[in-house]
Structure formats: C-alpha cells, structure tokens
Design a protein around this ligand. Structure first.
Ligand code: SAM
Length: 304
C-alpha cells in the first residue's frame, strides 16, 4: 500500500528504484504548532509503517493519540542517533517500513535524522520525503523579503562573543538570512543583529501557526525595541528573517580604485581593465567604466 504512493504523479522521468523485500524510510513532516497542518499523506504514512523513529517518543505518542493511531515508536535523538541507526536499518532490511519524525516540522532541519538518512541512502534503501510544515519556509513565506535566494543559518551560537563573530562573518551575505532562536535569547540576539547588520529590514515570526502567532516586520533596530517592550517575547518559538546585505557598488570599491590607479600608470585602459578583472573577478564593463574615469589626462600637446 505504502509503496503504491497513492496520489503520486509519475512524470516519467528519474525515479528511485525500490529493491523488493526491503523497507522504505519515510521522512515525515509534522505540524509546527497547528495540528490541522498535518497532511493526509503524513497521517496515512504514520498509520501504515511498522515503526516510527521519533525525536521524543512522549511528544510523538501525544500526536499519534490525537490521530487515533497506535504505531510502535522508538526514540531517535541527538544522543542516541548513531547507535539507533543499525537497528533501524535492520528493520528496513527485514522488509518493514519506518517513518522518521521530529518534535515539530521537518526532520533534519535543525533536528536529528542526518545519520539515519545518510546511512539508509548508503545502504541502498528507498528514502521518501513526506513534505509539510517547516518554520523556515513558513517564516519566509510571510516575510515580504526576497526569497529567490536565501540562506538558512540554523541557530546562532548561544554565547555572545561567538554569536557576534558569526554575525560579523555574515555581514556581506547578500542572500536573505534565516535564523532560529531560543526564546530566552531573542532579546540579546536582536540587539546584536541590529548593531552588526544595521538598518536592514527584517521579519520576526513568533509562534507561527499557533494561537499567539505574531509577525513583526520592520527595521532591525525597531524590532529590537519592540521585542524589549514585549513582555511575551520570551514565551514563544521564534524565527528571524533578515534581508541580505545590499549589493556592493563596484564603482565605489576603494581597493579596485587603488589597483586601477596603479595599473593605469603602466598600461593602457583596456589592458589595465583586463588585469583588474582577472585579479578582482569584478564585471568587465564596470571595471572598464571605472578605468576610463581614472585614466590619467593626456599631456597637453601645446605644452609638450
Ligand atoms: N524541524 C523544525 C522545522 O522544520 O522548522 C525546526 C526544529 S528546531 C529544533 C526548533 C526551532 O524552530 C525553534 O527554536 C524556533 O526557532 C523554530 N520554530 C519551530 N516552530 C516554530 C513556530 N511555530 N514558530 C516560530 N518558530 C518556530
């Protein structure tokens, strides 16, 4: 039944080959707060597999009870994942299917499962995603910031010095940035973000899909102020979405300018442009324009 994948549309292109008599590992997304977000396919999968590997079996038992399911659970969390992998591969080898779930959202996204999925792939087992809720995607979808390219940075380091160093290293990243943050660090992380990233637009998604869902949008400094005045800010789960660094104006790059000035003392404009493009990787038309503007004036013929 599970193998038949009801509802699947076969594009006729590449598909993974399932080896007969071997089970499938299903990576199942579960709600990030709102039970209504669990897909029909996720529920069917959780009902039909022989075993569910769960980050916290008590938490997942609660989910199963609310769905009226009694599937067997085993724990798979960051402290036992390595040792659990071989027993789960044993279940798959015996032809039984297994579902992997985390406490909330999509497994492996800042959650356990990497070792199991990579071992199952390496062992030639079929690994099937059952997609669904994910806080990164939910926050991006309402952030009103560029989503054509984004960069998920997971959790920031908990200690202030390490956090600030990480943010400094991301200062020039031009893609939209997404961070997860623990409730008790939201205020101090926002202070650091505002100080290091400056005047950028950002969105904070708190308690997404839950009763107290709050979405703040604005400049980082305003959001930091808002968070420090919000007595409930530390009560919920939080995602930060921050616009990327504005693209650098190559014309205003002082290093490029210094290089061109030096090159133009020895070389004609087009040769100096070629060398500067090779050294900096900047676009040729931009460098050529800057070289033209910087080329030394021809000596006045009347004076020579
Ligand atoms: N695997 C999950 C996913 O797909 O989003 C993320 C798990 S990670 C351990 C938990 C973090 O995700 C929280 O600290 C918070 O930053 C974010 N998160 C999870 N649920 C959220 C929600 N309902 N609203 C806002 N952020 C949430």
């Amino acid at each position: 039944m599970l193998g038949a994948e009801p509802g699947a549309v076969d594009s006729g292109e590449w598909m993974s080959v399932s080896i007969p008599n071997r089970g499938t590992l299903y990576v199942v997304a579960t709600p990030i707060g709102n039970l209504g977000d669990l897909s029909t396919r996720a529920k069917t999968t959780l009902a039909e597999v022989s075993l569910i590997a769960a980050e916290d079996t008590r938490h997942s038992a609660h989910l199963l009870r609310s769905l009226g399911l009694e599937t067997r659970l085993t724990s798979l969390h960051e402290h036992n994942e390595q040792s659990r992998v071989s027993s789960i591969l044993g279940v798959l080898s015996a032809g039984e299917s297994v579902a992997l779930v985390s406490d909330a959202g999509t497994p492996l996204v800042a959650d356990p499962g990497f070792s199991l999925v990579s071992a199952a792939q390496a062992g030639g087992f079929r690994v099937v995603p059952i997609p669904g809720p994910c806080a990164v995607i939910a926050a991006l979808s309402v952030a009103g910031l560029a989503t054509d390219r984004f960069c998920f940075e997971g959790f920031l380091p908990p200690k202030r010095a390490a956090r600030r160093a990480r943010l400094e290293s991301l200062k020039d990243e031009s893609r939209t940035l997404v961070f997860y943050e623990a409730p008790h660090r939201v205020r101090e992380s926002l202070e650091d973000l505002a100080q290091i990233f400056g005047d950028r637009l950002a969105t904070l998604g708190r308690e997404l899909t839950k009763i107290h869902e709050t979405i703040y949008h604005g400049k980082l400094a305003d959001l930091s102020l808002k968070a420090s005045n919000d007595v409930d800010i530390e009560r919920g789960e939080m995602v930060f979405v921050i616009s990327g660094a504005p693209p650098k104006d190559p014309d205003a790059d002082p290093a490029l300018e210094r290089l061109l000035v030096a090159l133009l003392k020895q070389l004609p404009v087009s040769r100096a442009t070629d060398v500067a493009v090779e050294v900096t990787g900047a676009r040729r038309n931009v460098v050529y324009k800057a070289a033209l503007a910087l080329q030394p004036a021809e000596p006045d013929e009347a004076q020579s």
